[in-house]
Every structure is written in structure tokens, then in C-alpha cells.
Ligand binder design. Structure first.
Ligand SMILES: [Zn+2]
Ligand SMILES: [Zn+2]
Length: 248
């Protein structure tokens, strides 16, 4: 039996180590390798017997993965080890936006250290329809989506909007469920976290971090498109305006 293939989140954490090490591999005896091995073995990503194997994300396998990542960087002179297509995609993501990828890696580490992230069950829409994972990784998407679905936060956001005398309407397209569906739609609206956790960091959610959206606009804010999988309401409004001007 073989260990499950490395996921985006795991590769992101390993690549963050490589980046911190000046794009060089890390050897088995280095403390960071042991730390990452223990962290990966605790991630709620793979289940079943394979994840119980002694070889699963062992220090040896972590060190080998840092070699794959370091030697497949375009500037590496020498022979590259064999890296999978996901390895290459993660390397590209770090080259394109190192700061954002490092922030995402730190957010996953913080979420695991606090125990918060391990407690979140898989969420609907944490992966795109085509099965790919959001660029920031499945774990952060899962965590952020679960926060948005927190009924307490939703209640507080709705109460805040109503107390300002505003309607429960979509902040992007103004769709109002009660207006459209009558009693059936009364009180219905979805809550969207304006900044994803990989940008905001895993701080406590504030009411002003949340926006009210209709179901369509909310899905479009989370759709995977051209490497991004999270949009703010302002970005979605620009997208709608762009689409409208193309139709003219
Ligand atoms: Zn809308
Ligand atoms: Zn959302």
C-alpha cells in the first residue's frame, strides 16, 4: 500500500519551508522537517489505513518532497528530480505571489496549532465543480466557508443591517428574497466573508468582514476562475459591469 498523493495544502506547506530556506531542499535531520512531518500527519486531509503507514509523511518523505520542489524551480541548475504536475503548479503559485502563498501556509499552521482547523468538517463547495482545489488550498477554503455558515455570525450580521434600516438585499445585485418569493423568502440571505482567510489571516471574524449576498452572487464569489477562487462583492460588481459592457 502506498501513501496517498500529496495534496495542494501539503505541498504548499512543504514549499513554504523550501522558500524560507532560499529555495533549497531540507535534509532529514533538520528540525523543520520533523516539525512539518508531525504537522502533516495531523492534517485532516487523508483518512484510512494509508494514513497510518509509518512511511506516511515521514521525515524521509518530507525531505524528498522538499528536494522535488527545490530542484524543479526554473532557476535550479542541475538535474531535477521527478515532480508531479501539482508540484509544478505549487512552485508556479509561489513564484507568482510568494507573499500570498506564505500567508496561506502560515494561516494553515495557525489553524492547526489552535485546534480550530482540525475541528471543521468538510464543507460543500470547498472544491470546485471540476474537483480542483482552490488556490489557497482546501483546508482554508473549508475553514472560511464553515465560518460563513456559522448561524450566530449570520444572525448578528442580519441584525446589524436591519438596525441600520437597510433591507436584506444582495449587496451586489440587490436581489431581495422576500420581494421575489414573498413569505417564503422572508429573512433569507447568504453571508459572505469579504476577505478569504489566506488574505485576512485567521483572526476572529468581525461583522464588518461580512457581506450579504444572494445565492447566485455568492456562488460566483466562490467560483474557481483563472487561478482565483474568492471574490469580494466589489470585484463581482466589476465583473458584472464588464460583462454588461461586452454585450453592448
Ligand atoms: Zn446577487
Ligand atoms: Zn462566501
Amino acid at each position: 500500500m502506498r501513501s496517498p498523493a500529496w495534496s495542494w495544502d501539503e505541498l504548499m506547506l512543504a514549499c513554504a519551508l523550501v522558500v524560507d530556506n532560499g529555495w533549497r531542499e531540507l535534509r532529514v535531520g533538520e528540525p523543520e522537517v520533523l516539525e512539518l512531518s508531525e504537522l502533516l500527519r495531523s492534517l485532516p486531509l487523508h483518512e484510512g489505513v494509508a494514513a497510518q503507514l509509518p512511511e506516511y509523511r515521514s521525515v524521509g518523505s518530507v525531505s524528498r518532497k522538499t528536494t522535488d520542489l527545490a530542484t524543479n524551480h526554473p532557476s535550479y541548475v542541475g538535474k531535477s528530480t521527478k515532480g508531479g504536475s501539482l508540484d509544478h503548479a505549487v512552485i508556479r503559485a509561489f513564484i507568482e505571489d510568494e507573499a500570498a502563498m506564505l500567508r496561506a501556509a502560515r494561516a494553515v499552521e495557525a489553524g492547526i496549532a489552535s485546534g480550530e482547523l482540525s475541528a471543521v468538517p468538510p464543507q460543500p463547495h470547498e472544491t470546485a465543480e471540476d474537483g480542483t482545489t482552490a488556490l489557497e488550498g482546501r483546508l482554508l477554503a473549508r475553514w472560511a466557508i464553515s465560518r460563513e455558515r456559522d448561524p450566530g455570525l449570520r444572525r448578528k450580521k442580519i441584525a446589524a443591517v436591519l438596525s441600520e434600516g437597510r433591507d436584506l438585499a444582495c449587496e451586489v445585485c440587490s436581489f431581495d428574497f422576500q420581494h421575489q418569493y414573498g413569505d417564503l423568502g422572508k429573512g433569507y440571505i447568504e453571508v459572505h466573508h469579504v476577505l478569504p482567510l489566506h488574505i485576512s489571516g485567521p483572526r476572529q471574524t468581525r461583522i464588518k468582514d461580512l457581506a450579504l449576498l444572494c445565492a447566485n452572487c455568492h456562488r460566483m464569489c466562490h467560483a474557481s476562475h483563472k487561478g482565483t477562487s474568492w471574490r469580494t462583492p466589489a470585484e463581482l460588481r466589476r465583473q458584472i459591469a464588464g460583462a454588461a459592457s461586452q454585450r453592448l
